[in-house]
Write a protein that binds this ligand. Structure first.
Ligand code: AVJ
Length: 322
């Protein structure tokens, strides 16, 4: 399939990250259906809104995963060799990593994230709280191949990918990610990974259509971001948040729906919308324990252990390279 992006106006974009955002947004809004990558949700406001989502009564994943990590801390610790390096893919807040670091005798922590400033601040706080722990932050896109700091090459390595972030990947991308993580972590590596589970449609629906409207603001914020960073003129009152459960494809989909026929300008290009036309902004895949284990095995991992909470809302898996 050949997709050509409309020529961008000679805009003076301040940095590489903004140029990449401009390129992706111009390309993805020219597709049918229109779409945007969920990775662009997370500017400063978007990250704060996501933190607020994790505290919503309807949004069960974060607190359920924390509960599993807490309840199974002892079992997880038994799987982890002394002096191992914990490599967190897309480290945001370190709340979950701290649960693992507290229970097991890790020698090093390697948070990998695009937001260099943020992980450096988190690293300083961790060094204060875990004085015996060596912290080596890596600034970069964890979905692309990267090399580990050479000091951790001689330590046993444990990957950590919590939060069901893997749910943002298409199934083939999830497989490629797990394969590449194995390559990055190397021989004898392990991986602790969280995956949200498919469940009652109402519970899933409510988690992405919260009564307070925080998820709606989170979704709409990507339009605010395009207005500010790319000089677009999206009218926020002319789009509405919609999240639906797509049962055939085992995923929650988030959309921004145009309330009317309208034209939006961005970087010298016009994008026209029909009434009811959607921008598909996110997929959040939901697994069963069996389907997740099959995915991990297909990517070359052995499943050592899978845990869920008693209500089977969320799952955490311990994988071993084999
Ligand atoms: C961070 C991708 C796991 O899919 O539940 C929360 C993002 N989107 N509410 C998720 C999200 C809407 C979240 N992940």
């Amino acid at each position: 399939m050949s997709v050509h992006a409309p020529a961008l106006a000679d805009a003076h974009l301040p940095d590489k990250q903004t140029s990449a955002f401009a390129r992706d947004a111009a390309r993805d809004l020219s597709q049918h259906p229109k779409r945007l990558s969920p990775k662009y949700f997370y500017d400063a406001t978007g990250s704060e809104l996501f933190e607020a989502i994790t505290r919503l009564p309807e949004y069960y994943p974060t607190r359920t995963e924390l509960r599993i990590l807490r309840d199974r801390g002892g079992e997880i610790a038994k799987l982890i060799p002394k002096g191992a390096a914990l490599v967190e893919f897309g480290a945001g807040a370190t709340t979950k990593a701290r649960l693992l670091l507290k229970n097991s005798a890790f020698g090093a922590y390697v948070p990998v994230d695009i937001s260099g400033e943020f992980i450096k601040a988190q690293a300083d706080a961790l060094r204060r709280d875990f004085p015996q722990l060596a912290v080596y932050p890596v600034t970069g896109d964890f979905t692309a191949p990267f090399t580990l700091p050479s000091v951790v090459e001689t330590m046993p390595r444990v990957g950590f990918f919590p939060g069901s972030t893997i749910g943002n990947f298409e199934p083939d991308e999830a497989c490629r990610f797990l394969r590449s993580a194995r390559g990055i972590l190397g021989e004898d590596a392990q991986m602790i990974i969280g995956a949200d589970l498919e469940k009652d449609e109402r519970v899933l629906y409510d988690a992405y259509n919260d009564a307070a409207g925080v998820t709606a603001r989170f979704n709409l914020n990507v339009l605010v971001r395009m207005n500010r960073e790319l000089g677009a003129n999206f009218d926020l009152s002319a789009f509405t948040h919609r999240a639906i459960f797509n049962r055939e494809r085992h995923r929650i989909e988030m959309h921004l729906i145009s309330k009317k026929k309208q034209t939006v300008r961005m970087l010298g290009t016009s994008f026209s919308f029909r009434t009811g036309e959607t921008i598909h902004t996110e997929n959040s895949y939901k697994y069963s324990v069996d389907r997740f284990e099959a995915l991990a095995r297909g990517a070359g991992w052995t499943v050592r252990e899978s845990w869920t909470d008693p209500a089977k809302m969320f799952s955490v898996h311990a994988l071993m390279a084999a």
